[in-house]
Design a protein around this ligand. Structure first.
Ligand code: SF4
Ligand code: SF4
Length: 429
């Protein structure tokens, strides 16, 4: 197995008041898991080197950039949901970081305080702060939560004791009055960011920020389209990793690196070169987000010889499928366009949310998948219940389908492996 080391930055971590001893162990474990999961893959695109580097610098290099931004008086904002409009933070010359919640390692820290029977993503994120084992959580000036699901909105009240936590009200329906509410919330968010940064955001700055974040989304859309080729030019694990890094990398640099990778994938497709053989079965994943470093399902499916060709998820297409209409230099129009784009997000927290069913079927066709694996985190009521409609749609369309509910612990790995292998046999006929 190839060696891989996550770089250590003890001075920086001390400055951030982290639990150094515990964190250093987590760093070593992550390095080992990364080498095993990613570097052991055959036929990886060469341009994955940048994303490997991003992981090796995950606990230092990028954090130093955040600290530099703070020193320059730029706001550094932590978020947990794709509803928080990062364009507004970028327009104020700030940095927006999606905080992770994908590790079993931080769950026991959360369970000392929070109930055990809530979503592992909420527990993991909270545990990172409670245990002082995430440099990003330590570096942010404040976090912005939202009222999407019950587990999150009640956790923000407790998290506020550890780090200043503001909450945006996300509507739960998509009627005109919900849009009006959401537009007001967007304006309040802008006012808060302006208050913290001490700057008024101009329409020119917002136009530029919209362009920057659209650039990131377009690069990710391009990557998604290329995955439809056969043989798949990139593994699902690598694509998922890129989608996870999208939440904390600098957006202009990130988009450029994704486009460089896509250029390489174009060449691979032209040469018939794939990350998997052409006969590998193709699976699309749909459901709850897979926050860094949650690679569990992708690892199981691809270890069984199939390739994952798409993620209908917030760490996936739900984050980047829609861009904001550009061109306006007028603040009210820009905020309206931004609001409309965010209202198109089809999270299961909305009711009804039938557009998600249509979206899943569309992505299934576009990705040339041969089956859908629905993935729901344990105790996520909205995705677990919405799964019924996705399952019915797959039955109607004759799409091979498997539904998995899981958490971050390794306890169900054996059972999941058996179910995934049976699913692949069903697809393969
Ligand atoms: S699944 Fe819903 S609540 Fe979770 S990050 Fe996505 S939009 Fe936000
Ligand atoms: S996965 Fe479900 S329960 Fe967990 S944070 Fe997202 S919406 Fe809430």
């Amino acid at each position: 197995m190839q060696d891989f080391e996550i770089q250590a930055y003890p001075e920086l971590w001390r400055e951030l008041d982290m639990d150094l001893e515990r964190f250093d162990k987590a760093r070593q474990m992550l390095g080992t898991a990364y080498a095993k999961t990613f570097l052991s893959q055959a036929n990886r695109p060469q341009k994955m080197a940048y994303f490997d580097k991003m992981i090796s610098e995950i606990f230092g290099g990028r954090v130093e950039e955040l600290m530099q931004a703070k020193k320059e008086g730029r706001p550094v904002v932590g978020t947990f949901c794709v509803y928080i409009p990062e364009e507004i933070v970028v327009a104020a010359d700030g940095v927006c970081v999606g905080l992770c919640g994908g590790s079993q390692g931080s769950v026991p820290d959360a369970e000392k305080i929070l109930p055990r029977n809530i979503c592992p993503m909420v527990k993991s994120a909270f545990g990172f702060k409670a245990g002082r084992i995430c440099p990003y959580f330590q570096a942010v000036d404040f976090v912005y939560g939202e009222t999407t699901c019950d587990a999150k909105k009640k956790t923000w009240e407790i998290l506020d004791r550890l780090v200043p936590t503001y909450v945006m009200e996300i509507p739960q329906m998509k009627k005109e009055r919900d849009r009006v509410l959401w537009l007001e919330e967007v304006k309040d968010f802008k006012a808060k960011i302006e208050e913290v940064s001490g700057k008024t955001i101009s329409s020119g700055q917002l136009a530029e920020a919209i362009k920057i974040i659209n650039g990131k989304r377009l690069a990710l859309q391009r990557l998604t389209r290329l995955r439809a080729a056969s043989p798949a030019p990139i593994s699902g694990k690598d694509a998922l990793l890129i989608e996870q890094i999208a939440f904390y990398d600098e957006p202009v640099r990130f988009a450029a690196k994704v486009n460089e990778l896509c250029d390489e994938l174009d060449d691979r497709i032209a040469n018939g070169e794939g990350a998997f053989p052409p006969e590998a079965l193709r699976v699309m994943v749909s459901g709850t987000p897979m926050a860094l470093p949650n690679w569990k399902i992708h690892n199981l499916v691809e270890s069984a010889g199939a390739v994952i060709v798409g993620e209908e998820s917030c760490i996936g297409t739900r984050y980047f499928k829609d861009c904001i209409t550009e061109g306006s230099q007028e603040m009210d129009e820009q905020l309206a366009a931004l609001t409309d784009r965010y209202m198109r997000i089809d999270c299961s927290c909305f009711t009804p949310n039938d557009e998600r069913v249509t979206q899943v079927l569309q992505e299934y066709k576009d990705s040339a998948a041969q089956g859908i694996l629905h993935y729901s985190l344990q105790f996520c009521h909205t995705y677990n219940i919405e799964e019924i409609k996705i399952r019915e749609a797959c039955q109607r369309e004759g799409i091979p389908y498997l539904s998995i509910e899981s958490d971050y612990s390794p306890e169900d790995i054996g059972q999941l492996q058996t179910r995934i292998e049976a699913f692949l046999e069903q697809i393969g006929g």
